[in-house]
Ligand binder design. Structure first.
Ligand code: MG
Length: 280
């Protein structure tokens, strides 16, 4: 793969995917001229060896290299920031154990496809490190890192819910060499968590993979910002790519557009052209 190659985040199905077969999904990705990306594994996706075989065949046939298996879980909702805090990732105690086991299953599924990284939104963690919920999630992330390490994989935390300094502190506290972040500049803006370029410099060498997504700042504290097509929001794609080069990032530029249908496809085409013109 070339440095900063343009890639795409695509899904096995679920709210951001389609009910198409792996073959049809891989064909749809390849028809955009994209040959790398991240596979979002939705909460109910089948993880059997037969399912893995269908994905392997589909991805190989279209020559698509997947760098990350991205988890989402059943029951998660991003309807508002408070609902996100109650439902997303490993933070809700009632689903913590089943989601941990699901993470191991996705890691094993990814290994069978030769995918070198696993990533997830871990959720809105209580900031105080002495909070028992904070400790429980930290211990869980250690176990997940160790499971991924046995599979020869990294584990990446999606950025956005917290300021970069807090995330950096958490990475240091977990203290696992295969742990890093999947940096999403738009999330920093959408959650109002701080300037994305400063955050990127702060996280520097911990950045394993990145999303190329755009958005505008929230109009009120505690509200969501608005996701936009790439180039129309407040990230600034030129300065984003320049900052990625500054920190020595050489992985793919993975386009993420969190809507579905024809509009998503049209926005992705524009995003591919924009990123290719910037990196040229
Ligand atoms: Mg993202």
């Amino acid at each position: 793969m070339e440095p900063l190659q343009v890639g795409l985040m695509f899904w096995t199905g679920g709210v951001l995917g389609s009910d198409a077969t792996p073959g049809e999904i891989a064909e749809s990705v390849a028809s955009l001229g994209v040959t790398c990306g991240q596979l979002g594994v939705h909460g109910a996706a089948e993880l059997t060896s037969a399912a893995a075989e269908r994905w392997r065949t589909a991805l190989d046939h279209r020559g698509i290299e997947v760098v990350t298996a991205f988890l989402s879980f059943e029951g998660e909702s991003y309807a508002s920031i408070p609902i996100c805090a109650q439902t997303v990732g490993y933070v809700p105690p009632g689903t913590r154990r089943e989601r941990e086991l699901r993470t191991y299953a996705v890691s094993d599924f990814a290994r069978s496809l030769g995918i070198p990284g696993v990533a997830a939104h871990i959720g809105c963690l209580p900031e105080d490190p002495s909070d028992p919920e904070h400790k429980a999630v930290l211990e869980l992330v250690r176990r997940v890192c160790d499971h991924c390490a046995r599979n020869g994989q990294t584990f990446a935390l999606e950025t956005g819910q917290e300021p970069a300094a807090a995330l950096l502190e958490f990475l240091r506290a977990v203290n696992r060499p295969n742990l890093g972040v999947n940096f999403d500049p738009a999330n920093m803006i959408l959650y109002g968590s701080g300037d994305p370029m400063e955050a990127l410099r702060t996280l520097g060498g911990h950045v394993l993979t990145v999303h190329c997504k755009d958005g505008t700042w929230p109009e009120a504290a505690g509200a969501w910002g608005r996701e936009t097509p790439l180039g129309d929001g407040d990230v600034g794609m030129r300065r984003y790519v320049r900052t990625l080069r500054e920190i020595g990032y050489t992985g793919p530029l993975v386009i993420e557009r969190e809507i579905v249908g024809e509009e998503q496809r049209a926005d992705i085409r524009r995003a591919i052209d924009l990123l290719n013109s910037i990196r040229a």
